[in-house]
Design a protein around this ligand. Structure first.
Ligand SMILES: *Cc1c(COP(=O)(O)O)cnc(C)c1O
Ligand code: SF4
Length: 336
């Protein structure tokens, strides 16, 4: 049987992802201008409320021009509400960033360890805990790669390595190849999981060289995407997902429940349907991490549970994500 390589699914004319990354919009006034919303410029917080705007132009192209409530725009546009100081919302909502930065490996759950492979992202999501931790280029650049691998080597109970960040696909293909060589020396690690938003916000990242590396990895592979709304998908995202699946990955998605963006049953159900249409299963629906500046996105637990109950009423069970919250010190994500 002749099987085309995973990369055969991609557009041969796709521009280099690093150029698209550099060309991202970083000026809130420009973003509003591009969307025909320049009249809203006086509602922007000074200094982007301390967290730079960043969004690739290809993601902006999926926003509805002229709509200040667009669910993709609201994920990236700095808002005056971010300046509010709300009790309970702090700088270190997940509680363990200090240890995480020191070693690059977070090993909190049985059998799986999480490696902070990169501190960079192609998009800056306003609700992210990362807004308070611009941790530079992450551990790969800081030369801690070896130290992280040594830790994994020392613990044979770890069978799954999770690459997270930031976004691990912000790393160059050659950095990933270096990591792959390190993993080859760890026989007890049989599964590689990548937590990434890049195939959604900048699908050109899933390029031929990445796919060749990924396809050849002698590991079980899981890619957990991050999309919050069906409008984030387009044919380029579909092609990237198809190529990842052809390279042997199981595709899952995690979302964050966000007020004004995806907090109604129809929107969440549409996201699940859209994910499945492109070969992705919904995995987690996260309650917001309580980070300073993100309080206006919070949905209370009672409403969150009602929304998931509503999804259960209209979707097959495999399209209903698990509603969870991350609680520091727990042995897993905590189901609501
Ligand atoms: C979320 C997380 C994981 C993955 O948990 P799963 O329930 O397996 O998806 C692993 N390690 C850490 C530190 C995490 O925060
Ligand atoms: S892509 Fe993920 S890690 Fe990066 S800013 Fe968005 S939510 Fe945070």
């Amino acid at each position: 049987m002749i099987t085309a390589s995973p990369a055969a699914r991609l557009s041969p004319a796709a521009p280099d992802w690093r150029e698209l990354w550099r060309d991202a919009i970083t000026d809130a006034g420009e973003l509003l201008q591009v969307l025909g919303l320049a009249h809203l410029s006086d509602r922007l917080p000074p200094g982007d409320a301390g967290f730079a705007l960043r969004v690739p132009r290809g993601f902006v192209a999926r926003m509805r021009p002229g709509d200040p409530r667009d669910p993709l725009l609201l994920q990236v546009l700095p808002q005056l509400a971010e300046l509010d100081r709300v009790p309970g919302f702090g700088a270190d909502a997940v509680g363990d960033l200090a240890s995480l930065e020191a070693r690059g490996v977070l090993h909190k759950y049985q059998g799986r360890a999480l490696l902070i492979a990169s501190g960079s992202c192609a998009v800056n999501c306003r609700y992210c805990f990362r807004r308070h931790f611009p941790y530079g280029d992450g551990i790969a650049a800081a030369g801690q790669w070896r130290q992280a691998l040594a830790h994994l080597q020392s613990d044979p109970t770890i069978s799954e390595l999770i690459l997270s960040g930031g976004d691990p696909l912000a790393l160059s293909n050659s950095k990933l190849e270096e990591l792959g060589r390190g993993l080859a020396e760890l026989p007890h690690v049989t599964r590689l999981r990548i937590h990434t938003r890049l195939p959604v916000v900048l699908p050109e990242r899933v390029d031929a060289a990445f796919l060749a590396w990924f396809d050849a990895l002698p590991l079980q592979k899981v890619v957990v995407l991050h999309a919050n709304h069906a409008n984030e998908f387009n044919p380029a995202v579909d092609a990237a997902c198809a190529a990842l699946r052809q390279a042997g990955a199981t595709l899952l998605n995690q979302s964050v429940l966000l007020r004004g963006i995806n907090d109604d049953t129809a929107t969440l159900a549409a996201l699940s349907e859209r994910l499945f249409a492109t070969g992705v299963l919904p995995y987690y629906l996260h309650q917001l991490d309580r980070v300073q500046g993100a309080a206006h996105f919070e949905v209370d637990d009672a409403r969150a549970l009602a929304l998931v109950e509503g999804m259960r009423g209209r979707l097959p069970g495999y399209l209903v994500p698990r509603l969870v919250r991350e609680v520091a010190g727990d042995a897993s994500k905590r189901p609501l």
